[in-house]
Design a protein around this ligand. Structure first.
Ligand code: GUN
Length: 301
């Protein structure tokens, strides 16, 4: 069993290449639709404010649409937009027949109730999979939209033939959009699940000892370099969901993205590890694109 032996070759779990092959498949599906005179999927994204990270992510989502051949519409609001204006836009996108799916990029400014906005989105257009109806369907394993980051991680493991069955998986971070849904997906009785999952968080005792039991360790806490080499079992699969911007004077833009894992020291111990950037991020976007095509197909168009 590779997870128990001393690892002499660490392999990079390359989200960029994996996402590229998904985009290629989606692009072929678009070409096929065009040949058959069918509608091209159309994704809309609402972005409030000028947060650098959110701008980057939404920009990447629009770019992925272009690469695949989807239509996209970016709707931007000032940081101070009133909640009722945003709600009205959500309602109008729900009704807009040209839009197949849409997202509201999170986080939203403090004066806007994120749950109120999420609840207003038509579950049939909720390609982020954040609406309680879709989260409930995900838990029950009935068809719906899967949240993009957890679905992207499961797909990344699957497409790289990483066996999850019977493995101890420790997920650190219990957010509604990553840790909590991922714990369900990796624990369920399917070929891409069947892990024994522990969902760790800020109140977990003996975190280091717990992490050392992990065959698959997933860090989703947003604290740069939180996972150090002494917390990782030899031969583990390590997935880094963190993307924190830290200042870096050596870069022209003045910052770089840093994950939750101390990559330089952890990587030599791993069987597989995701880089940041280029690991989970591209897979999140690929999942969103899969959901967008699905949203349109579900309408029977
Ligand atoms: N903020 C961080 N991740 C996501 C995501 O997957 N979707 C949206 N809408 N906002 C996010």
């Amino acid at each position: 069993m590779y997870l128990c032996r001393k690892i002499d070759t660490m392999q990079i779990l390359d989200g960029r290449t994996t996402a590229e092959s998904i985009r290629k498949e989606l692009s072929e599906a678009v070409q096929e639709r065009k040949r058959n005179g069918k509608k091209i999927p159309h994704l809309a994204a609402i972005l409030v404010g000028n947060d650098g990270g959110s701008l980057t992510y939404v920009g990447a989502k629009v770019k992925a649409c272009d690469q695949i051949g989807f239509e996209s519409t970016l709707i931007r609001y000032d940081e101070t937009v009133p909640e009722d204006i945003l709600l009205a836009k959500v309602h109008s996108l729900n009704e807009d027949k040209s839009i197949d799916g849409f997202i509201v990029q999170l986080p939203l400014p403090a004066h806007i109730d994120e749950m109120k906005i999420t609840l207003a989105i038509d579950p049939k257009k909720d390609v982020d999979g954040f609406h309680p109806e879709n989260l409930g369907k995900m838990i029950l394993n009935v068809p719906g939209f899967l949240p993009a980051t957890p679905a992207g991680i499961v797909e990344l493991l699957k497409r790289n033939q990483i066996i999850t069955e019977g493995k101890n998986c420790v997920i650190i971070g219990r957010s509604n959009i990553v840790g909590t849904p991922l714990s369900i997906m990796l624990g369920r009785n399917t070929s891409t699940g069947n892990c024994t999952v522990t969902l760790a968080h800020s109140r977990t005792n003996n975190l280091k000892e717990l992490c050392l039991t992990a065959d698959i360790l997933i860090a989703a806490i947003g604290q740069p370099n939180f996972i150090t080499a002494d917390m990782v079992k030899e031969g583990a699969v390590v997935i880094d969901v963190g993307t924190t911007r830290i200042s870096d004077a050596s870069r022209a833009r003045g910052w770089r993205l840093t994950g939750d894992v101390d990559y330089a020291n952890v990587a030599p111990k791993c069987a597989w590890i995701t880089p940041v950037p280029g690991g989970v991020g591209p897979m999140t976007i690929a999942s969103l694109m899969i959901n967008t095509l699905k949203a349109m197909e579900l309408k029977g168009k």
